[in-house]
Design a protein around this ligand. Sequence first.
Ligand SMILES: [Zn+2]
Ligand SMILES: [Zn+2]
Length: 73
Amino acid sequence: MDKRDSSHLKAQKMARIRDNNTCQICGSHSHTAGHHAVDYQFGGKASTDNIVTLCGNCHKKVHNGTMDIFCIK
Ligand SMILES: [Zn+2]
Ligand SMILES: [Zn+2]
């Protein structure tokens, strides 16, 4: 089920470089990860346009629904 091909990994890496490894919500550098704005399993593209860098804290909130990724400008 969780099958990501190398294009996704590459896009995530590129997005983190683009975002300077900085959380795009709060600006933290702690435990950053590339988050798919539209998840690949819902047809999200393996493209940096579809990936935002988030810190561990915000990432958790986005996934449990207490924070909305689409409020990011
Ligand atoms: Zn954050
Ligand atoms: Zn995520």
